[in-house]
Design a protein around this ligand. Structure first.
Ligand SMILES: C[S@@+](CC[C@H](N)C(=O)[O-])C[C@H]1O[C@@H](n2cnc3c(N)ncnc32)[C@H](O)[C@@H]1O
Length: 211
């Protein structure tokens, strides 16, 4: 994954202050136009008619590109939870190295600045490893889950298990980078869950598997 810098200006006292984006296109991230169409298709369908009740969840937000998009589909009474380490350290060396090389400039303040440029209120933020999600999010509560945090095998296995606990039976769960050459662990974890019956694939894009 190539490194993307957080847009910021430096104040006279030397503090980097995130720039407020004026268009969605200015928000840095990895969320293709193709996947935006697919997210819109699933979420509009869930929201149409009598609607499919449930909350929204994202594991791995970076600067908010996909979270800002997801937040548009939140209905009254529902909760949108976003889990990311942001500027906190990871708990294992491999995850520390992964984050240092891919997201060295990420800050929670950058995410919040971007999100609040497009929405009136922040989602519920969990600034912690995604392994806490199963304890912090209500069981069988989420109708849509976007899994895009650590791309290391052990972490994705945990994220799949957490997703299965918090998802409603008819939820859509989306996995990023399920076939990218730089992170074979995602493919190994996702396809194992498919083969053992935990996940039922619906469709795939170049970067994401929808199940
Ligand atoms: C690929 S980026 C997310 C991209 C974002 N969804 C987008 O569309 O632009 C992955 C994010 O996962 C976070 N992350 C990495 N390891 C994590 C962990 N163990 N727990 C929580 N978040 C983690 C990183 O801080 C980073 O923000």
């Amino acid at each position: 994954m190539s490194h993307v810098s957080q847009a910021s200006v430096t104040t006279p006292d030397g503090e980097p202050t995130p720039l407020v984006p004026t268009t969605y296109g200015e928000v840095k991230g990895w969320f293709s136009a193709y996947d935006q169409v697919l997210f819109d298709w699933f979420l509009t369908r869930q929201n149409s008619g009598e609607g499919q009740p449930g909350d929204l969840l994202e594991l791995g937000a970076f600067m908010g590109k996909s979270a800002i998009f997801l937040g548009r589909y939140l209905r009254p009474g529902e909760e949108f939870t976003v889990c990311d380490l942001f500027d906190s350290p990871a708990t294992d060396d491999f995850n520390v190295a992964e984050n240092r090389s891919s997201y060295p400039t990420l800050t929670r303040r950058g995410f919040e600045t971007n999100y609040l440029a497009f929405h009136e209120a922040l989602p519920t933020l969990i600034q912690a490893p995604t392994s806490v999600v199963a304890d912090r999010v209500k069981p069988t509560s989420c109708r849509f889950v976007h899994v895009d945090a650590s791309h290391l095998y052990e972490h994705v296995v945990t994220d799949i298990a957490s997703s299965q606990l918090v998802a409603t039976p008819d939820a859509v769960v989306v996995f990023d980078d399920y076939r990218s050459e730089h992170c074979p662990g995602v493919a190994a974890a996702v396809w194992t869950a498919v083969v053992t019956g935990g996940l039922h694939p619906i469709c795939v894009s170049a970067s994401k598997l929808y199940a």
